[in-house]
Design a binder for this molecule. Sequence first.
Ligand code: KIV
Ligand code: NA
Length: 264
Amino acid sequence: MAVTINTLRERKQNNETFSVLTAYDATFAQLISEAGVDVMLIGDSLGMVLQGNDSTLPVTMEEMCYHTRAVAKGNRGALIMADMPFMSYGTTAAALDNAAALMRAGAQALKLEGADWMKDTIHALSQRGVPVCAHLGLTPQFVNKFGGYKVQGRSDAQADAMVEHARLLVDAGADVILLECVPAALAKRITESVDAPVIGIGAGPDTDGQVLVMHDMLGANTGRTPRFVKNFLAEAASIQGAFEAYVAAVRDRRFPAEEHTFKS
Ligand code: KIV
Ligand code: NA
């Protein structure tokens, strides 16, 4: 049965996890979905891993739609989530137009980066039938404001604000929250504070779902390997085996382990 937004909600209610991987093309989308990955994310990380940029900022709507169409063709039952690229949701009007293009390309949910200021845009999208994932914590589109890729939510004030923003955005209509590079205790707190499923990357073992960039989990990493990455191909006989091992490790809560987690 195809995964829907309801599937993710049910998993959370039943205290079961779900797995998410990025996908950018039809071949890998088929392999990933056949391995039982629940959600495929057409991440704007494609600006880095496919295009070779040093940030996600150059990625355009046209490029996101191109990759979303390819992933949709390869999909065998996963939920397809696409990133809205940098500045494509700068105003609510722009967000609605750009969301329409991504949904027409085959996305079934969209992800936006930010904080409480996204409330009205998320509400508008939600009201018009677009499931939204709100990405909080280390939001890579903000790299120039953050002055680098750094763990977020380390101070008490920052942590309290993130809990508040997650609640506010779920109230506004966000169906999913994604937390990137935040201390495990804060991710646990947010996961317990909202009814919506919470996906983590570098956010410890207690979120409802886990996500990794496909290239990273296959060990196809050319730069510095982030702490939260595990190479699942190292112990698998094939790429398909690596995807299956990831699904099993997330399901059984063997991934992420201590060594993949930020304590504070
Ligand atoms: O673009 C991406 O791949 C992402 C995930 C790392 C969460 O946003
Ligand atoms: Na992204």
